[in-house]
Design a protein around this ligand. Structure first.
Ligand code: CTP
Length: 398
């Protein structure tokens, strides 16, 4: 994806600098050349030796290094890349960039360049919220600087909120999007979402509390990474995202048929809360109160769409992702569910009422795969979706 792309990576001085080592590795895996620049403060967090060993390139550190100037002047260095990535972009670096300061190699390169710049901010939540940082952010955005993150979550300093640097794979996805085409360009992904309605008669139905928010967020995040998304949705509370191919259905059987019609796809994400049963005795006329007593409903099992697709011998998507909503022993139940359904990953969450997750804006998920159970911190459903989309992009690229 990034073959023959040249990235100038400016590493600022923050605890998140350690993630930049992984970022270098991920970029090189994708064929990019990474030229690293360390600020003096960054050297307190990562060593020039580890950075250059991972990058397989010389590390640039000092503005007044005459050897460097003889080999490659800072002006040339600043223009030799396809993209300049600042990760972590500290409050200090953002301030220098917004104010036009050039008193060290990193800030001078950023002033001298005519190459697009992508920043991955990382700082304490109060520093991020500070009016000066927010002013600098607005200024830099107006200057055309692009941003990825920061994410919300627990911080190294013990506080919680926005300020965590995006994960390396999220930064890779943003870089790929900047350099033309997201990592899911050319990939077709199916997402099921929302509840299903199972009719009892023409005016009554059996439903569930799914709002469709998580499925819509996943579809949006996949689209943002360049995927062509077929979005099969039951009657949800939230509207479908822009830019997807929407197929609206009502019942589980209709959803199952719509999924078949959408195949083949590279990946399927089954976020819908599908009713397990339908009313086999559904009436085509409205049921009336009768003197003969209460109506008796008979049920039949609905097709298990996830299980069916996971077990397809022909045309199975390369990656099948299911969701598991559990109220107790989440990891144990979800791991068993992954085995029963035959899917590659299960995104499990605890929907017991105390968590406020069902119908809420946040989610705390555990990703269950061959590699075991990976707990993600509680975060917005959009953040969960972005993280999942980048993981899907990574899985489909390897
Ligand atoms: N699913 C599906 N078709 C169904 C039922 C579920 O595709 N008829 C998918 C959901 O979209 C979700 C996953 O299967 O990705 C988990 O569904 P869930 O209803 O929680 O699992 P069940 O098999 O019903 O297990 P249990 O009732 O024991 O929780």
């Amino acid at each position: 994806m990034l073959a023959s792309k040249r990235i100038l990576l400016i590493i600022g001085g923050g605890i998140a600098a350690y993630k930049s080592l992984d970022l270098i590795r991920r970029l090189r895996e994708r064929g990019a050349t990474v030229t690293p620049v360390l600020t003096r403060a960054a050297e307190e967090f990562v060593t020039p030796l580890s950075v250059s060993a991972l990058a397989g390139e010389k590390v640039y550190r000092d503005l007044f290094d005459l050897t460097d100037e003889a080999e490659m002047g800072h002006i040339q260095l600043s223009r030799s890349a396809d993209l300049i990535v600042v990760a972590p972009a500290t409050a200090d670096l953002m301030g220098k960039m917004a104010g036009g300061l050039a008193n060290d190699l990193a800030s001078t390169l950023l002033m001298a360049t005519d190459t697009p710049v992508l920043c991955a901010p990382a700082m304490n939540v109060r520093m991020w919220d500070h009016p000066a940082t927010q002013r600098n952010l607005t200024q830099l955005q107006a200057d055309g600087v692009r941003f990825v993150g920061p994410n919300e979550g627990d911080m190294a300093c013990g506080e919680y909120g926005p300020g965590r640097m995006s994960e390396p794979l999220e930064i890779v996805a943003a870089i790929e999007a900047e350099l033309g085409g997201g990592p899911l360009n050319g990939k077709r992904v199916l997402v099921t979402s929302g509840p299903t309605h199972e009719p009892i008669d023409p005016v009554r139905y059996i439903a569930n509390r799914s709002s469709g928010a998580q499925g819509a967020a996943v579809a949006r995040a996949l689209t943002a990474l360049g995927a062509e998304v077929v979005f099969v949705t039951g009657p949800a509370d939230v509207p479908p995202p822009d830019g997807v191919q929407v197929v609206t259905v009502e019942t589980a059987q209709q959803m199952s048929d719509a999924v078949d019609a959408a195949l083949p796809v590279d990946a399927g994400v089954f976020a819908a809360a599908v009713a397990d049963w339908r009313v086999s005795s559904a009436s085509d006329k409205k049921l009336k109160k009768s003197r003969d007593g209460l109506p008796v409903l008979e049920f039949a099992e609905n097709p298990d769409i996830l299980k069916r697709v996971s077990h397809m011998e022909k045309g199975r998507p390369a990656l099948v992702v299911g969701f598991a909503a559990e109220t107790d022993n989440v990891i144990e139940h979800a791991t068993a569910k992954r085995g029963r359904k035959g899917c590659d990953w299960i995104v499990a969450n605890d929907v017991s009422p105390a968590t406020g997750i069902m119908g809420g804006s946040e989610n705390a998920v555990i990703l269950i795969s061959d590699a075991g159970a990976e707990e993600w911190p509680r975060m917005g459903k959009d953040e969960v979706a972005k993280r999942l989309a980048t993981r899907i992009a990574d899985a489909l690229s390897s």
